[in-house]
Design a protein around this ligand. Sequence first.
Ligand code: MBD
Ligand code: FE
Length: 282
Amino acid sequence: DISTEQATAAASGAAATERFRTKGHTGAAGADTARVDTLVSELLAATHDIIRRHKLSYAEYDALKAWLIQVGEDGEWPLFLDVWVEHVVEEVASENREGSKGTIEGPYYVPGAPSLPAEATLPMRDGEEGTPLLFQGQVTTALGTPLPGAVIEMWHADNDGYYSQFAPGLPEWNLRGTVVADAQGHFGIRTIEPAPYQIPTDGSCGQLIAAAGWHAWRPAHLHLKVSAPGHQLVTTQLYFKGGSHVADDIAQAVKPELILDPGPAADGGGREVTYDFVLDKA
Ligand code: MBD
Ligand code: FE
């Protein structure tokens, strides 16, 4: 029975690996030989240098080999890469962005969440736990021109830190939605504040974290993809001022521009915050 099934690293890893496989990336097809040569040669040279400088033992080499095999068996390559590598890929990719800051996508995006009007509540269970949050704002160009028909995709963890489709027992689209802004680019999304997210401790990424004496936490965050015709899509995350691990996110994906400071909601229940998005021309 899925409702009593335990959330395991292997199950969420397998789901994240399966999700990535459907993404339609091009793989090695068409890769430039000289570029592959440069990148892989430099990666190997850096590895050789570390082995020499730290006099890696055979026991350590075998521990590494066993761990790499296990990451694949746990399906945790998406998790590993998105936690420890993606932030630098995003930094390079967004170097010339002038509009709203973005940050990493992470392993738990699913396209095709239910379409919702400009004023909407994300799909959630009856009595969904967590502080109600009204997240509202406007999508504009760099000149402040409203972008009608802008689309705001939002997905986030629940009050226990679980994402629908990657943990058992949650409705398929829980806390996921595709909101279409109004003619002025305005949107108002009602949801609940997510909890901080802990990397699964029972898989190979958890094993690495324990072995290295690190912590396993990301601060509570909302994930977003914001887009409009003729403009660049921005993938971002928003955090909560004063929340746990905002200053020491294991995925290093926090930027000062991405920290929300919600106040009490005007209608009495929970909190509300306004955050506007500026999109660069395509
Ligand atoms: C997450 O929720 C996430 O956003 C990232 C980047 C990695 C692991 C879990
Ligand atoms: Fe996340």
